[in-house]
Design a binder for this molecule. Structure first.
Ligand code: FMN
Length: 349
């Protein structure tokens, strides 16, 4: 794992295949452990971290948040996602991401959570394009020569994507990712893939790439949607639950044996402990992964009941031992470089 190496992967977005296949940020899901596993079993073209609060990074809480920004060198290109509403902290947070060696910085302008939106951050930015532009300018300053992108939605209450995208395009971003729902729609309606063509034309003649996001369930569907709509990339999130092979064109999860799938589930659990032993991150987050991994297997219900009680990788190993045809052996990956917190604190001191 790394933390302080400087990337030499500048402007990588322009060199990616089309469509670029991108791992979405998923808070409490795509942490460094799961990203390590995804990267090993089905590498996407780009990986995004879970979102991290810019205000938090510029506070005494920095130390607690840094584990959320851990990554392994093999994950490159890897983009740090931040959220906030204060240009000053957004600038500092972007500098911290640069210092940590990320390949890009993404600004979350799509989070629908009430407590985020009411401060004007996340999807709240859609209602305040002037502030959004200030924050983008600030992040660009802090990110230096790293590419800056925005992930957002197609409107707050109503679909207003043409006006919103027009504002964003003025800021000369590397990528705009559109989660094809409004903030009001949360995740309750199907993503509006039928509407994305309204904005595809607006990107023509600009340097900014357009990625689409929402409800993509397979690589085949991703490629088909890109072909039909003309977007430059497709970002996939929930389809990765229990399926770290999602981005691997040569593997179909359903064709793997129960033992192969359980071995990867256990590896994920041990990597989680290995990477986060020195943090306050709780093993409980692994339980929802366990449920996703065993879903669709024979005896899934029986396994789920046992796994729900597990509080460590060893306990999970014990719980599924009887379903394994070959024993599981864990080979720990290298640990992360230590981060110089004092150096990072200097950025916002
Ligand atoms: C559990 C969960 C956590 C999420 N966390 C983030 C996040 O940190 N940042 C972000 O931009 N979007 C986040 N999202 C939204 C996803 O990135 C994505 O836009 C959404 O799930 C739709 O894509 P999908 O249908 O491929 O999952 C989250 C979604 C879920 C379900």
């Amino acid at each position: 794992m790394c933390g302080a190496n400087i990337s030499n992967n500048r402007n990588f977005y322009q060199k990616l295949p089309k469509p670029a296949l991108v791992l979405a940020p998923l808070e409490q899901v795509t942490d460094a452990a799961f990203r390590y596993i995804i990267n090993k079993y089905g590498k996407p073209h780009v990986i995004y971290t879970e979102f991290t609060s810019a205000d938090g990074l510029c506070s005494p809480g920095l130390e607690r948040l840094i584990p959320d920004l851990r990554y392994t060198e093999a994950e490159r290109p890897i983009v740090a996602q931040i959220f906030g509403r204060r240009p000053e902290t957004m600038r500092h947070a972007a500098s911290i991401c640069r210092k940590l060696g990320f390949d890009g910085v993404d600004i979350n302008m799509g989070c629908p959570e009430k407590n985020v939106c009411k401060t004007g951050a996340g999807a709240g930015m859609i209602n305040n394009p002037a502030l959004a532009k200030e924050c983008i300018a600030a992040v660009k300053e802090g990110a230096g020569d790293l590419p800056v992108s925005v992930k957002t939605r197609i409107g707050f209450t109503d679909i207003t994507m043409e006006e919103w995208v027009e504002h964003l395009l003025e800021t000369d971003l590397q990528v705009i990712t559109l989660h094809l729902r409004t903030r009001k729609e949360m995740s309750k309606v199907p993503a509006h893939w039928d509407k994305v063509h309204h904005v595809v034309e607006q990107f023509k003649g600009t340097e900014t790439l357009l990625y689409g996001n929402g409800d993509v369930e397979s690589l085949q569907q991703a490629n088909q949607l890109a072909e039909e709509t003309g977007v430059d990339g497709i970002m996939c999130g929930r389809a990765i639950f229990g399926n770290p092979w999602f981005f691997n064109p040569d593997v179909c999860r359903e064709e793997l044996t129960v033992t192969e799938r359980l071995h990867v589930m256990l590896e994920h659990a041990y990597v989680f402990e290995h990477f986060f032993a020195d943090t306050r991150k709780h093993f409980l987050v692994m339980r929802s992964h366990f449920h996703a991994y065993v879903s669709g297997m024979p005896k899934a219900k029986e396994m789920r009941i046992k796994l729900t009680l597990c509080s460590s990788a060893d306990e999970a190993h014990e719980a599924v031992k009887e379903y394994l045809e070959t024993p599981f052996v864990f080979n720990p990956p290298p640990l992360h470089d230590s981060v110089n917190l004092d150096e990072l604190r200097q950025i916002f001191a």
